[in-house]
Ligand binder design. Structure first.
Ligand code: HEM
Length: 371
């Protein structure tokens, strides 16, 4: 039996997470998901005997599962909870920054911490330099979480898992749903800048957005659901001021943007890099208001409003369902986050548990390296 004892760990807020996750600890085998990333990495040099033994051991390596660190780092959920709550005390956007990092990580090369790697000329062509990551923030928060985790469980927990777990904690602390986070990802030793450059853009049509999600096995429902993360956080004005006048060379504003809201936004946008709330009603709370805003033509980005306003789109009904039921949205959000979090790097991607999330380990480090 698996026990988590919050009294051995860190402070009163631990109880919140403990209460949230305890009921699920003895259940949810359905959440144990297969991770083709590691299962595809068996060395071709293994003898048959070793291969058989390796296959017997494989489940612990080859699957993401919520109990991955139960014995090696039992305090992990509480450490993450405490560091994310601390970050939120000084930064209203900490939660938004963390979940966006996880999304950008998973959509470039799978969820492997690659988004966090800084440029090293000739070695790492950083994803942070790809245009969609321009202005991405929150690496300092990840550093703090990693430092706290390393001091309790050195060399055990991957940066990719820290992103996945801290995203869930960030959503919970902002009033949103809890879900069981499958764990056991490894960090890549490479970055994939080209893939990062292909992240969805706020100027793309719904068809393009849908096809970019479909390329990862994510449906229209997943697209609408995950876009619901724009219930908190901010966007810089440069991503939506093109909707104010002469939208798509029509000589007119975007007709799907509420006129009064457009003028409010125009006032708020002092400079192209001014940051404006995604959700004008409850800017830092994770709730269903994003969808109600779309119904009221108050989606901030073109890519947001298209989900509701594209004629004949299957996404409109999904927006309406979530606008009507926060419970439905919350349940689906957990499901879609697990689906996104299960995206794995291509087979053969060299990986490890990184000691510093921004840099690959020195090549002599063998700790937890995956062959
Ligand atoms: C559907 C395609 C998506 C597009 C086109 C898109 C685009 C954007 C843009 C342009 C920004 C503003 C960036 C800036 O000003 O620097 C942003 C922010 C944000 N995005 Fe998305 N996004 C998408 C999907 C998602 C998903 C799937 C998530 C998470 C599950 C997410 C979470 C966020 C959050 C929380 C912020 C605010 C970050 C902050 O305040 O620092 N987005 N997104």
């Amino acid at each position: 039996m698996i026990t988590l004892n919050p009294s051995t760990t860190c402070g009163p807020s631990s109880w919140l997470l403990y209460k949230l996750i305890k009921p699920h600890l003895s259940t949810s085998p359905q959440l144990i998901l297969t991770n083709p990333k590691t299962s595809a990495m068996a060395s071709p040099k293994l003898t048959p005997f070793v291969a058989v033994v390796a296959l017997m051991l494989a489940p612990s390596l080859a699957q993401l599962n919520p109990f991955f660190y139960t014995f090696t780092c039992p305090q992990l959920p509480f450490i993450v909870l405490n560091t994310v709550s601390q970050a939120l005390q000084t930064d209203d956007r900490a939660a938004a920054k963390l979940i966006r990092l996880h999304f950008h990580d998973c959509f470039a090369n799978g969820c492997d911490g690659s988004v966090l790697l800084e440029d090293v000329p000739g070695v790492i062509d950083s994803e942070l330099n790809a245009p969609p990551n321009n202005g991405i923030q929150g690496l300092d928060i990840v550093d703090n979480i990693k430092a706290a985790v390393e001091s309790s469980c050195p060399g055990i927990v991957s940066c990719a898992d820290i992103l996945a777990l801290s995203s869930q904690v960030a959503v919970v602390l902002s009033g949103g749903p809890a879900w069981i986070v499958p764990l056991g990802r490894k960090d890549s030793r490479i970055a994939n800048r080209a893939a990062a450059a292909n992240l969805p853009s706020p100027f793309e049509t719904l068809d393009v957005l849908k096809s970019k999600f479909a390329a990862f096995g994510l449906s229209s429902t997943d697209l609408v659901t995950l876009s619901g993360a724009h219930t908190f956080g901010r966007s810089r004005c440069l991503f939506f001021t093109g909707r104010f006048d002469n939208f798509n060379n029509t000589g007119l504003p975007d007709p799907t943007l509420d006129a009064a809201y457009r003028e409010q936004l125009r006032q708020l946008c002092a400079t192209p890099v001014t940051r404006v709330n995604f959700d004008p009603t409850t800017p830092d709370t994770f709730d269903k208001n994003y969808y109600v805003n779309l119904q009221n033509h108050k989606g901030l980005l073109q890519s947001d409003q298209e989900l509701f306003s594209t004629p004949g789109a299957d996404t409109t009904a999904i927006v309406n369902r979530f606008a009507a039921s926060q419970l439905l949205f919350f349940i689906q959000f957990g499901n879609s986050m697990i689906k996104m979090g299960n995206l794995s790097p291509p087979p053969g991607t060299p990986s490890e548990v990184r000691l510093n999330c921004r840099r690959i380990n020195p090549s002599t480090t063998t700790l937890h390296d995956v062959i």
